[in-house]
Write a protein that binds this ligand. Structure first.
Ligand code: MTE
Ligand code: MO
Length: 325
């Protein structure tokens, strides 16, 4: 977001050239070229296209959540090649390449702070805490592009109940994994690492706030926040913190990476709001990264709370959303 140069994106900006051909054809193209150059021995690895890091595997027993949007899903090729994950680069196409060697196993999340039962959950435990649901949510980035993604997970409140937040807990602070040997430095990325985010307690416990472990039927690709991230569909994308290692229940409003970087541009609440513009661009409309070339160029109106107002607006009753942006 810091290095936003072209708020008005074109299709070519968003879709690397190889995606015009489709992933399969691109890989077949590589096969043809590399046959001459590298020999055939390397090919299986190239076909997987995923380096030595963790690779997505199918998730079993996923149930369909009844509240999903019926809008067309963004194809996985786009969701996995147009990312914000500053630890792995500041350009939208960087994470797909630079996260290929990211090791996400073993993994655990420490849940601590103002709770009666602090606890560390291994990834294996997290996957068994509740039925995994496929929830197709709209996902609206602050830079005015949006996607529709079949996420997989369950409400964060399932995990929260297990640790029993005390009456002192008023906010929840999240922290991402950080390893300087695998990731950019804060100086290179322009934001503080580890990446941190936060929610008010009622927001964190809202049934739409998803602890997300997969998408498109599989575990999360590295660049999309493997192995576990948040998805908060009524807020701008940067609230949906990736690759979480710590969740802390706290008394006071926690710091957030983008607010630290530029408090004038990025507030704590960051609810999707077409009436409050970003200082450098309008938030009234968005470009939907949809299936097909024609659809992409469609600019659609942005909805208050990203269209989830019926469910979340009451949490902000009486608040001046210009002040608490
Ligand atoms: N750890 C971490 N989480 C992060 C980010 C990041 O740079 N680091 N970027 C955020 C931003 S700005 C957005 S829009 C979403 C992007 O999620 P996606 O790449 O799955 O679309 O992740 C958010 N979570
Ligand atoms: Mo974003």
């Amino acid at each position: 977001m810091l290095v936003q140069r072209k708020p008005d994106l074109t299709y070519a900006d968003v879709t690397p050239k190889r995606l015009y051909m489709g992933r399969r054809n691109f890989l077949l193209g590589l096969l043809a070229t590399s046959g001459a150059v590298a020999g055939w021995r390397k090919l299986p690895e190239w076909l997987a296209g995923r380096g030595t890091g963790s690779v997505p595997v199918p998730l079993e027993g996923v149930v369909k959540w009844p509240g999903s949007t019926s809008e067309p899903e963004t194809p996985i090729e786009k969701t996995t090649h147009w990312n914000n994950f500053y630890e792995f680069g500041t350009d939208k196409t960087d994470p797909a390449v630079n996260a290929r060697n990211f090791q996400v196993s073993p993994w655990s999340i420490s849940v601590e702070g103002e709770v009666a039962k602090p606890r560390t959950f291994t990834m294996e435990e997290i996957l068994k805490l509740a039925p995994l649901e496929e929830r197709i949510y709209r996902h609206r980035c602050v830079e005015a592009w949006s996607i529709v993604v079949p996420w997989i997970g369950f409400p964060l409140n399932v995990l929260a109940k297990l640790v029993e937040p005390t009456s002192k807990a008023r906010f929840v602070a999240f922290q991402s994994f950080y390893d300087s040997r695998q990731m950019l430095s804060s100086g290179q990325a322009g934001i503080e690492f580890p990446y941190v985010e936060g929610l008010r307690l009622d927001e964190a416990l809202h049934p739409l706030a998803l602890l997300c472990v997969g998408m498109y039927g599989e575990t999360l690709p590295n660049q999309d926040g493997a192995p576990v991230r948040m998805v908060i569909p009524w807020k701008y994308g940067f609230k949906s913190i990736k690759s979480i290692v710590k969740i802390r229940f706290v008394k006071y409003q926690p710091q957030t990476s983008w607010n630290l970087e530029n408090p004038r541009e990025y507030g704590f609440y960051s609810n999707v709001n077409p009436h409050v513009d970003h200082p450098r661009w309008s938030q009234a409309t968005e470009r939907r990264i949809g299936p097909g070339l024609g659809l992409f160029n469609r600019r659609i109106p942005t909805l208050m709370f990203n269209g989830y107002g019926d469910q979340v607006a009451s949490m902000y009753a009486g608040m001046d959303l210009r002040k608490y942006f």
